[in-house]
Design a protein. Sequence first.
Length: 347
Amino acid sequence: MNEADVRERLADVQDPDLGDDIVSLGLVNDVTVDEAAETVHISLALGAPFSPKESAMADEVRAVLADTGLDVELSASIPDELDVDEQVLPGVKNVIAVASGKGGVGKSTMAVNLAAGLSALGARVGLFDADVYGPNVPRMVSAEERPQTDGETIVPPERFGVKLMSMDFLTGEDDPVIWRGPMVHKIITQLVEDVEWGELDYLVMDLPPGTGDTQLTILQTLPLTGAVIVTTPQEVALDDAVKGLRMFGKHDTNVLGIAENMAGFRCPDCGGFHEIFGSGGGKALAQEQDLPFLGGVPLDPAVRTGGDDGEPAVLEEGETADAFKVIVENVANNAGVVRRRGVTEER
């Protein structure tokens, strides 16, 4: 077989989200057939590592070439000329912001479980707790190790396979953070430049609630793949979530979807399910705003306490863990859609 023969077969592989085959969409970067070695190397423009849908597309590529007698070697990358600004976080493929319009909706919990869940899929993940005025990610994952520095770069500690950086590492215990906008901008920018994240598939950013200086700094500084909006079913939370959506819209940032927290409570004694904060609010908001609904997580005391040694709920077993896993997979899938769509629009 030659390159043309291989591409003809690849035209049978459909992108389920973009509605055409991967050849027509320009998602095949390169095809190299080594007849002597009976090998074909195919480079695909896939940008969300361990996304279930992109993994399924890769499996289809192998399937359509299975009877050719060739060993299929696949690689995946967004071409350099189409990729994000290489001057900012050059080793990070996807930056995902987790945001909410108001506090108390479980945004940090969602960020921790998203990062841990992506790592559990096999991805290289970092978690940046950028909630300047209320950083609590280290406490949530029982991170006792502090970042190390050689005076020039900061090496983040790891928990559950996730590299961690938090404003909490930079302040004294119980010290209040009283910073004005310019100081917030300076410290966020410095951390972006000085932290040695290395090669990451995903960097999850836990933003503070609202639409203030920290959010604006990150929107203006970092090449975001997209944002996850966290809400609860309560109307007041939904109203504030809309404000967050508008902030990202004004800065042309993709919203990967809406995740609903505290979506009902299952009584451990009677087994009954109680919708304490209402029901369906997050899903209705997603439909109203024409955005994906990523899933809902029930109100579960185990999420607050964590597992042994602060283990995130997504790494456990049960209904709540399964709910988080659905959200993790949907976020990865939607990040892939954003990256692949960017390729097709440029080619």
